[in-house]
Design a protein around this ligand. Structure first.
Ligand SMILES: Cc1ncc(COP(=O)(O)O)c(C=O)c1O
Length: 385
């Protein structure tokens, strides 16, 4: 059994014992240390009303912690509300002329796609790139890139198949063509090793409610300022370098803050950022390398059981191409109700049933679920009639 689970980690996620929780790609259940950080924040609010200066100091500490977790500098991180906000900041910051184009994979997450599709009304061409295999790499995009291409926007791990796209290779292609590459890392951060600098992308956005283990409502955007600078679409005092201490917005030219903080607007989600500090403590202790190995090992075990049951996978089976997400080709409409009745939490997605592992799942969870699947096959067909 992996070190991750030996460390008693499972007990930190009580929901994983109350139900068979196989839905980390939707959200992760709250853990005890993250709950404690939230409680501590709310106690400070209740009994000492902050002070906010202390909370803001903590924001900067967590920014440094997150940056180091991602292998980048703190000045390259902006806190956002969620993935969509980060992706939109980047998508609306890329400059283009009518009839320029951006490349997106067919079937991309809508929160990534709409940031671009909504700009077609002003003349942007959005090219939806088909996949010739079960994952995307430089060869997938190369035939679609031309001198009018301004950006490639792509998920690291795709939510509906679990495929792990080869971002480093895609970013290499983009660099050769002087094209921005914007990555949705919502499904990979905290689960797979994401070395944001080594990937060489122009921007990487994620929320924190899956692999980063905090409740919904917090995200981040990483932009290495040396690769590309996106002008912010929205500006508030938080992003302005010469905002006055007396809070009078004068007629002086607006100087934006250096780095990614220029993208931040208004107050922060303070409780969630405090919670993120505790989540990162936990993840640093476990290490992402171990989480990745753990979920892939559960995947190895699961694929063997699926083979035995004759259930096919929507995404790739190769270890280096897959992730913590396994989508089963089961489209009979009776399956979701059956799993709910068996106290299993998972997500039906467009091509089947999505099972996703987290650091709290065990080999026993995989066996139990595979047995439930086996029983289900006696009652349900694999595919919708
Ligand atoms: C790939 C991907 N991007 C984005 C999101 C969510 O976007 P947001 O954080 O803006 O809610 C999800 C799922 O929740 C996702 O799977």
């Amino acid at each position: 059994m992996s070190v991750v689970i030996d460390s008693g980690l499972r007990a930190q996620f009580p929901a994983a014992d109350k139900l068979l929780y196989l839905d980390s790609a939707h959200q992760t259940p709250l853990s005890r240390p993250v709950r404690a950080a939230l409680d501590s924040f709310y106690d400070q609010a209740l009994f000492t009303a902050g002070p906010k200066t202390n909370w803001l100091r903590r924001v900067e500490e967590v920014r440094v912690q997150l940056a180091s977790f991602l292998g980048v500098g703190a000045q390259e991180i902006a806190f956002t509300k969620n993935t969509s906000e980060g992706l939109n900041i980047a998508a609306h910051g890329v400059s283009w002329e009518p009839d320029d184009n951006v490349l997106l994979l067919e079937g991309e997450h809508p929160n990534n796609a709409y940031a671009w599709l909504s700009q077609r009304q002003h003349g942007l061409q959005v090219r939806l790139v088909p996949q010739d295999k079960k994952w995307a790499d430089a060869d997938t995009f190369a035939p679609y890139i031309d001198e009018r291409t301004r950006a490639i926007a792509v998920s690291h791990v795709m939510f509906h198949s679990g495929q792990r796209n080869d971002i480093a290779a895609i970013a290499g292609l983009a660099r050769r063509h002087n094209v921005a590459v914007i990555v949705d890392a919502m499904q990979s951060v905290g689960v797979l090793e994401v070395d944001a600098r080594a990937l060489g992308v122009s921007a990487l956005a994620s929320g924190c409610h899956k692999g980063l283990l905090v409740p919904q409502g917090l995200g981040f955007l990483h932009t290495p300022c040396d690769v590309v600078e996106f002008p912010p679409t929205y500006v508030a005092a938080a992003g302005v370098a010469n905002a006055r201490a007396d809070l009078v917005a004068g007629p002086d030219p607006v100087e934006l803050r250096a780095g990614a903080r220029r993208f931040e607007i208004g107050n922060f989600n303070l409780p969630a950022i405090h919670a993120l500090g505790a989540a990162l403590d936990l993840l640093e202790h476990v290490t992402t390398a171990q989480v990745e190995e753990h979920v892939l090992s559960l995947g190895d075990q699961f694929l063997t059981r699926l083979d035995g049951l004759g259930i096919a996978l929507v995404g790739p089976a190769e270890r280096e191409r897959r992730s913590h997400i396994y989508v089963l080709e089961l489209t009979d409409p009776g399956w979701p109700e059956y799993f709910a009745a068996e106290n299993v939490r998972l997500s039906p997605v467009r091509d089947g049933i999505r099972v996703s592992f987290g650091l709290y799942n065990t080999a026993d969870d995989v066996e139990r679920f595979s047995d439930i699947l086996q029983r289900g096959l006696a009652r349900h067909t694999r595919h919708a009639a």
